[in-house]
Design a protein around this ligand. Structure first.
Ligand code: GRE
Ligand code: ZN
Length: 323
């Protein structure tokens, strides 16, 4: 077994956000999940020790802050969550580090909170759960919108990665899942929702304006590596006025890192390695929504080189986060 792994899509919840995860689980599973989400120092550490994970970068559950359409409340709960995380990290900083929750409802406040988290709390980046509901419940604001220009400037200047994590589309916008509720959440909808958001960021020219901006996607890239060639191939024939200056595959290789969270499949990993290279892939589990055991046992036996296993399991994350 490879010891010393670093995992970075690993979640916690607090009272104020716990309910957001309940809908994804049958009641008997939820009872265990509930405890695992709020625990830092018991079962979580046990699982890490058992499966060779030296460090977890922790983040709030989903959608949490992004679903709080009252801006002031979003700002307040984000601060509360980040302070709670910082207190728990302080109890065991060699095993836990943090990614900030951000009130993207208010771009200036989001930039301020990211700066506070990085400079005062020592967090290593941010993890944001997709689009934000802003001011009214039935709204979905994506971060290619012009009001985020200043936020991205500050994120790039701080030099820390922004993890774009899944959430579901709003119920009022789930027409394509009607009659098929089994497809929402991690089964299918998370990947659709998150991949289109990432593609929007690429398309709007964000990475032409901010070439040093670093994003992370989980689940081996939410399907993007498998389809990126076709996307570029068709856009070459007809750009349709899209602002982006480079092929998307280039942004994927130069501005994105991808993690193995919840996608423990060698065939898929190898496809991703062939698109972006092993320097851009990072081990993660997606605890407690996924078992650390499933992630680790798969990763240890995956038929890749030991050089790549060490990079993906540990050294890429050390370099990216300055650990
Ligand atoms: C996740 O955070 O990735 C997640 C959820 C809920 C269910 C499954 C899952 O938030 O992977
Ligand atoms: Zn997750």
């Amino acid at each position: 077994m490879m010891r010393g792994k670093i995992a970075l899509e690993e979640h916690f919840a607090m009272e104020e956000t716990l309910g957001d995860s309940e809908r994804y689980f049958p009641p008997d599973v939820w009872r265990k999940m509930h405890g695992a989400l709020t625990d830092f120092h018991q079962k979580r550490l046990e699982q890490m020790d058992q499966h060779g994970i030296e460090m977890m970068l922790l983040s709030l559950n989903s959608p949490a802050i992004q679903a709080i359409w009252d801006r002031k409340k979003a700002v307040q709960i984000a601060r509360l969550a980040n302070d709670h995380l910082a207190e728990n990290i302080a109890r065991n900083p060699s095993r836990f580090q943090g990614l900030a929750a951000l009130p993207m409802q208010d771009p200036d406040e989001a930039a301020r909170e990211l700066t506070r988290c990085v400079q005062q709390l020592g967090f290593r980046g941010a993890l944001v759960n997709g689009f934000s509901q802003v001011d009214v419940e039935d709204s979905a604001v994506y971060y290619d919108a012009p009001q985020y220009a200043g936020f991205w400037e500050i994120a790039e200047a701080l030099g820390v990665p922004f993890y774009l994590h899944p959430r579901d589309p709003l119920f009022s916008r789930q027409q394509h899942y009607e009659g098929h509720p089994w497809f929402v959440g991690p089964v299918w909808a998370f990947a659709v929702e998150t991949s289109i958001h990432a593609l929007r960021l690429m398309a709007c020219g964000l990475f032409d304006r901010h070439p040093k901006l670093t994003m992370i996607l989980g689940h081996l890239g939410e399907g993007i590596p498998f389809n990126i060639w076709r996307t570029d191939h068709r856009l070459k024939k007809d750009r349709r006025g899209m602002p982006a200056q480079k092929p998307f595959a280039e942004y994927l290789r130069e501005n994105f890192y991808l993690t193995t969270s919840g996608n423990f499949r060698t065939q898929t990993l190898i496809n991703t390695m062939l698109e972006v290279g092993s320097d851009r892939i990072l081990f993660s589990a997606d605890y407690p929504f996924e078992d650390v055991r499933d992630a680790a046992e798969w990763f240890h036996s995956a038929s890749i080189s030991e050089t790549d296993r060490i990079k993906i399991g540990r050294t890429n994350a050390q370099k990216l986060f300055g650990l």
